[in-house]
Structures are given as structure tokens and as C-alpha cells.
Design a protein around this ligand. Structure first.
Ligand SMILES: [Zn+2]
Length: 101
């Protein structure tokens, strides 16, 4: 009797290294959702300011003023200190956007 040597077929089960590599989530810098702290104690009365709009960002002062600056005998309201600083850099260029009363 002949022993049939079953040729073990080497089934190279090439498991395609299942590297389910997820598309790398390119995490952009977390868009810091500027959460404005509601600080009712530090708000200015829009009646006290002479501008209708924040000269730096164009936001109407009715939306809230967080900071003010004096400019040529006028009191200007800003939505925030950043806008105020922006205005201070170039007041003459921005004053038109303030829509003074
Ligand atoms: Zn602003």
C-alpha cells in the first residue's frame, strides 16, 4: 500500500494584515468656540457711548458692550477688549465704521 503523503498544501493564508487604519482624523486646532462669559456686572449702558457700532468688528453696540475707549471727546463702546485694542491701533481708519451718533 502506498502511503499517499498528502501534500499539505501550504495555504498561505495571507491575512492581509487587517490594519483597518482609520483615516487619520486630522484634528484641527479645536475651534475655540468663543464662549463669552456672561458678565452682566461688566456691561456698559449703550446710552453712554457715542458709537452705534463696534468700530473694529462692526457689531452693533446694542448687542452688548464689554469695554469702552475715549476718542476725541467721544466714548466708544466695544464688544470686547480685543476690539478696543484693535481700534487703538488705528483709530482714524476705524472711526468711520463706528457710526458715531
Ligand atoms: Zn467687537
Amino acid at each position: 500500500m502506498r502511503t499517499n503523503l498528502a501534500i499539505a498544501s501550504l495555504m498561505a493564508l495571507s491575512f492581509a494584515a487587517c490594519d483597518s487604519s482609520k483615516p487619520k482624523e486630522t484634528t484641527p486646532a479645536p475651534a475655540a468656540t468663543a464662549i463669552m462669559p456672561v458678565d452682566s456686572t461688566k456691561s456698559y449702558d449703550i446710552a453712554l457711548v457715542n458709537n452705534k457700532k463696534d468700530p473694529a468688528c462692526g457689531m452693533p453696540v446694542t448687542a452688548g458692550i464689554a469695554d469702552t475707549a475715549h476718542y476725541k471727546d467721544k466714548v466708544l463702546g466695544f464688544c470686547g477688549t480685543e476690539c478696543k485694542n484693535e481700534f487703538k491701533k488705528n483709530p482714524d481708519a476705524l472711526i468711520a465704521a463706528a457710526e458715531l451718533k
